[in-house]
Ligand binder design. Structure first.
Ligand code: ADP
Ligand code: MG
Length: 222
């Protein structure tokens, strides 16, 4: 589902440099990423999603060379292929929770907002415990509730690749396990692969593989 080869990336004006010689994620595989804060975990997810462009190297997602796509196509590819739970949620305050969940359908002609999609949004929200809060705006939701909206938005399109950036960070232990159950159940149903950054070490046994990110970081002055 994902192949990364000889990837290098740096932010302009920053000493940080990411170097990933090789990484592969199989279809249906569930891999956790752990590593110290600032080691580039979020950066790698953004590169795989085509939000950032590599300095050098290759990133292939579902057979498509992501970095090689023009901007508009890359955004469309992302919206129809990838579900991304952002670390900071990235919800839009002027939209209700329901509209946030259905947002991918607004921005991607390839996705059709039909009754089935609306039903999926309702069902996902209900299984996340926010079924009664769909008409609220993010500003009237707790951090944990906002996080669940972000998770529903990532899953509603039934993406082939789920990227999750500390998606359970703001939840209590019971909710964490429940949300991960939901994420994995959705992934299994859609035949999706999961790549999840997490600090919850108690969740790691649920993944097939754990990638420790410390290894990818080059020293600041390299
Ligand atoms: P992690 O998710 O592992 O905590 P990040 O990928 O967010 O780490 O960040 C890796 C490094 O890149 C950090 O040193 C961070 O300060 C830096 N960084 C992140 N975003 C930017 C940016 N937009 N511009 C410059 N530096 C950045
Ligand atoms: Mg991060």
């Amino acid at each position: 589902m994902v192949t990364v080869e000889n990837l290098t990336f740096r932010y302009g004006g920053s000493g940080f440099r990411l170097n990933v010689p090789q990484f592969a994620l199989a279809e249906n595989e569930r891999v956790a990423i752990v590593g110290p804060s600032g080691s580039g975990k979020t950066t790698l997810l953004n590169l795989i999603a085509g939000i950032l462009t590599p300095e050098a190297g290759r990133i292939v997602v579902a057979g498509t060379d992501v970095a090689g796509l023009p901007d508009v196509q890359r955004r469309r590819f992302r919206a129809s292929t990838i579900g991304f739970v952002f670390q900071d949620f990235a919800l839009l305050d002027y939209l209700s929770a329901r509209q946030n969940i259905l947002y991918p359908y607004r921005i991607t002609p390839a996705l059709t907002l039909d009754a089935a999609a609306r039903d999926r949004a309702e069902a996902l929200a209900a299984s996340c415990g926010i079924g009664d809060k769909l008409d609220r705006h993010p500003t009237a939701l707790s951090q944990g509730e906002q996080q669940r909206v972000a998770i529903c938005r990532a899953l509603v399109t039934q993406p082939k690749l789920i990227l999750s950036d500390e998606a359970t960070g703001n939840l209590d232990p019971d909710s964490k396990a429940r949300i991960l159950d939901l994420l994995f159940a959705q992934a299994a149903e859609a035949g999706a692969a999961v790549l999840a950054v997490t600090h919850d070490h108690e969740l790691l046994p649920r993944f097939e593989r754990v990638l420790d990110f410390a290894q990818f970081r080059e020293s600041e002055d390299a």
